[in-house]
Every structure is written in structure tokens, then in C-alpha cells.
Design a protein around this ligand. Structure first.
Ligand code: ZN
Length: 506
């Protein structure tokens, strides 16, 4: 397998009780397995064959031609980043170092209402720049897009949501400040239906964003109807994460109920200083609704968020950093307050002058972030934006930060539970069959890390920086990260809904 030295001629002497299984491709020895279920770690050897986990047995019992010594390390399932905008990054940047370096082996793309397919219009709005570098990588059908991903031979896997906002721009052009007509809704619904049939795993909406904020609840329901038929999930960047968050939660729950889809609320947060502490309201509100329908949410481990620059978000934020500006180069990483002072104008005026642009907003309460992350319904998603000149550190740091900072240092939850929230629970909620556990028959997506040293190194000042303590990462049996460097594994693939459903039934 790529990345490992070939065994030299010497024949291994096998002591009694050792099972010689020379047909294993890789054996990971002497590690402690955190199998993804949340169960207490146990010492075991893990054997891989092809793209699958072949055996998990008592330590010292498995041998192979290629062995990875995991003494002192944790052997976990590869992490699943459930909230990404990596749709076209898998094509443009197939090594996916920003994710592989964290132990991530699957990214769920197409969140917040923005996806790379199905999209036929030649003009691309700046809202689409959340996900694209080259517009050639947008595709008119999901099938064509998935083919592009597979052809790029990415290091890690992608699963894909279809964006309601993308469907809207595709069907309505620039005329977005209204509810879609019956004919437009029908077209969007048919495109979603076709995309799900071709392998998309669900639909995302971003009613917070201008492209979709005029959509009514009914519009979303009517577009999202095919989710029920295909077993697709519904993810929501809700209409409001601030003052009216409870109402926005109810709208999200209603949409899921009416279309018969399981819900994932995206990057759950209580945004803005006046809403600090309101997890005390939102989490019980989730608990009540979770009794009646399947609901989960994802969280990123930071008190700052990041998206496009919006002047209506400035007041809510304690501090705003610019991540990119098309009009004024050289602003990446700078504080908008300083830029405004230099320009001798208000922050709002400065924001208007540098548009279109992206920004990081410090707008959350640390206690809220911790309460959300530790909730039983929470899983981990980075929400990193791959092509930002000066990205939010979550792009490179999310998973090691949860393991090292929140689990080990702050003891917010045991390491096994941290791993569960990045692996098996995520796979269950997004129906990623045979992923997220270290178990025979499951895919050989593995992250070997040092529990004593694992930590993020990406900061708001220096955001492009691989984590420490991530030893070896394999995706579908191929090494994609080892000893601080990219491996040559190219076995990632576009995970398709129908294939995963068939595999779950088998
Ligand atoms: Zn979002």
C-alpha cells in the first residue's frame, strides 16, 4: 500500500498463539482502539484488507507484511466532517490536506443551501464562492458532479447535499426577493428528485442568506418533498440564529416533519452578545422536539463564525476579521475596525467599500459553545471554507481541537465520546453505511492519533497550520496522512445514497 515501506526478505518467526495472516494488507498493532461507539477504549490489533477492516483482535495476535506500530496511540475510525463546503475542493484540491491532516476521511458537502450541482447558469454569485474556486466544477446534474469527484481521485470521501439556495438561483436567476412560483418550485423539486436518485444524500437550506431569505416555509417544504421518498436528510442553516432562534427552530422542525425527513440543524449557536446564555433555552427546546422526531445538530468548537461579509452582522459581533476581499486586496486577516479607522469611516461604510468579501465574526459565548457540544444530540462539523485566503482556523483545526482542548484538557466529555461524536453518531445521522466504526466489515477509514499530544495549531492569526498528534490517517485502506505529511492515498470517492442504502440492508 502507498506510503509504507515494503517488507524486506526476512521471514517472521511467529510464536505460538499468533495467527499468521499474510494476506492482510496492513496490520495496526499495539494501539488502543476507540471504536467509535463510545465504548471504553481497549487494546487490540486491527487488520486491513483492501478497502475494509478485516479483523479486530487481541493485541499481539495479528501480523502482516506491512505493520503500523500504534503503541501509545489511539486507533479510531476516520473522522466524519458533517458540515463542510468542500464540494469542489475535492476536485481542485484532491489531497484535501486541510482535512486529512485532522484525521478526517469523509466530508459532508453542500451545506447551508449551497452546492456545486445541479447548476446550469453561467453566472456565479459571490454566495457561491463559499464553495468554488473554478466555476467549471459546478455541474448541471449531480451524476456529472459525482463523476468529476471520482475522476479527481480525492484522498478522502465526500457525501453531498443539494442546496435549496443553489436550486433557487438556478431556477429564479437574480429575481430572488420573493417566494418561488409554482412552476419554479416544480422545477426545483424535480431537480432535487433527480439528484437524490443519482446519489445525493439530502437537501440543505440556508434561509439566513439573501438568496433564500424570501422563501416561505411552504416553498421549502414543496421543494424538499422528495426527501421522504428517498430517505434523504434535511440540514438547515436556520433563518435566524439570534433573537428569533426558537421560532427558526420550530420552522426547521416543521419542514422536516412535513416532508418526512430526519433533521440536522447546522452549526448550532446563539449568535450575538444579547443572545449569550440562550443555550439554556435552545437545548431544552431541542430535547422536547427530539421526543417527537429525529433531530440532531452539528457544532464547531470556536466562539467565532465565518461566512460572507454582511453589514447586518457587524453590530452583533464583538470583533470582525476580513478573510478575503475581491475589491481591495491585502485585507485578509485584518480587523475591520482598523480598516475603518484607516479609511476614516464607520465599519459599515468600510464593509460596503470592500465588498464582495468574507469575514470572521466573534459572536458566541464560550459556555454556550461547550453546552451545545456536550449535548447528546451534537456532532462535530467544521464549517471551514476551503478557498478563503485567510480562513477561519476551524478549516485546519476543528477535530484535533475537540480531542485535545475540549476532551483532554477541559474534560468536557471522555475521549471515547468525543470520537463517537465525530464518527459513528455522524455516520448514523447521515446514513453513511459501514463507516464510523472500527469493526470488521466496515471501511478501512482510520485515524491513529496520540491522545497525549493531539491539538490544533491553526489560530486566527495563522490559520493554515496542520494539527499536532495526528500520526497516520487511512481512507478506504490507503494512507492519506502520515508523520506530518500527505500520503499518496487516492482512494476517496463520492458516497452515493442508493449504494449506501443497499449496503446498510445487506
Ligand atoms: Zn451555514
Amino acid at each position: 500500500p502507498p506510503g509504507l515501506p515494503r517488507q524486506t526478505g526476512e521471514v517472521k518467526r511467529v510464536s505460538p498463539g499468533v495467527i499468521q495472516m499474510p494476506n492482510y494488507d496492513i496490520v495496526i498493532r499495539n494501539g488502543k482502539v476507540a471504536d467509535g461507539t463510545g465504548k471504553k477504549m481497549f487494546a487490540a490489533d486491527v487488520a486491513l484488507k483492501g478497502d475494509r477492516i478485516a479483523a479486530v483482535e487481541a493485541p499481539g495476535t495479528l501480523r502482516g507484511d506491512n505493520e503500523i506500530d500504534a503503541a501509545g496511540k489511539v486507533v479510531a475510525p476516520g473522522f466524519i466532517d458533517v458540515h463542510t463546503h468542500d464540494d469542489t475542493a475535492l476536485i481542485d484540491n484532491p489531497g484535501m490536506a486541510m482535512k486529512a491532516s485532522q484525521g478526517v476521511t469523509t466530508v459532508v458537502c453542500g451545506n447551508c443551501g449551497v452546492s456545486a450541482a445541479p447548476y446550469v447558469r453561467p453566472d456565479v454569485g459571490h454566495w457561491m464562492s463559499l464553495i468554488i474556486k473554478k466555476k467549471e466544477n459546478l455541474s448541471s446534474s449531480f451524476a456529472a458532479f459525482a463523476d468529476k469527484v471520482d475522476a479527481a481521485r480525492p484522498a478522502i470521501n465526500g457525501a453531498f447535499l443539494i442546496g435549496h439556495g443553489t436550486l433557487r438561483i438556478n431556477s429564479m436567476g437574480d429575481d430572488l426577493n420573493r417566494v418561488a412560483t409554482g412552476a419554479e418550485i416544480k422545477q426545483m423539486r424535480e431537480l432535487l428528485d433527480q439528484s437524490l436518485e443519482q446519489g445525493a444524500i439530502g437537501m440543505s437550506s440556508g434561509l439566513f442568506y439573501a438568496v433564500s431569505s424570501h422563501a416561505s416555509t411552504d416553498e421549502v417544504v414543496e421543494v424538499a418533498t422528495p426527501l421522504g421518498k428517498w430517505g434523504g436528510v434535511y440540514t438547515a442553516h436556520m433563518r435566524d440564529e439570534g433573537d428569533h432562534i426558537l421560532k427558526a427552530m420550530d420552522e426547521t422542525f416543521e419542514i422536516g416533519r412535513r416532508v418526512g425527513a430526519e433533521i440536522i440543524v447546522s452549526h448550532h449557536k446563539c449568535s450575538g452578545r444579547s443572545n449569550f446564555g440562550r443555550m439554556k433555552e435552545t437545548l431544552p427546546h431541542f430535547n422536547e422536539a427530539m421526543k417527537k422526531q429525529q433531530i440532531a445538530f452539528d457544532v464547531y468548537p470556536y466562539v467565532a463564525g465565518s461566512t460572507i461579509l454582511r453589514s447586518d452582522m457587524l453590530e452583533r459581533a464583538d470583533k470582525v476579521l476580513i478573510t478575503w476581499s475581491d475589491k481591495v486586496p491585502g485585507l485578509s486577516g485584518r480587523d475591520l475596525k482598523e480598516i475603518a479607522d484607516e479609511m476614516g469611516c464607520s465599519m459599515k461604510e468600510a464593509a460596503d467599500r470592500i465588498q464582495p468579501a468574507g469575514a470572521i465574526y466573534f459572536m458566541m459565548d464560550e459556555k454556550d459553545v461547550q453546552a451545545a457540544m456536550a449535548h447528546p444530540g451534537a456532532m462535530i462539523g467544521s464549517d471551514g471554507i476551503p478557498f478563503d485566503a485567510h480562513p477561519h482556523p476551524r478549516l485546519w483545526g476543528t477535530f484535533p481541537r475537540v480531542l485535545g482542548h475540549y476532551s483532554r484538557d477541559l474534560k468536557l466529555f471522555p475521549l471515547e465520546d468525543a470520537v463517537r461524536r465525530m464518527t459513528s453518531y455522524s455516520a448514523q445521522r447521515f446514513h453513511l453505511a459501514k463507516r464510523g466504526e472500527v469493526k470488521p466489515g466496515f471501511y478501512a477509514d482510520i485515524c491513529i492519533f496520540d491522545p497525549a499530544t493531539v491539538i490544533d495549531t491553526a489560530t486566527f492569526e495563522k490559520p493554515i497550520s496542520p494539527a499536532k498528534g495526528i500520526d497516520t490517517v487511512l481512507c478506504n485502506g490507503a494512507i492519506v496522512w502520515r508523520d506530518g505529511k500527505q500520503g499518496d492515498g487516492k482512494a476517496g470517492r463520492a458516497l452515493k445514497r442508493q449504494e449506501m442504502q443497499a449496503e446498510a440492508r445487506a
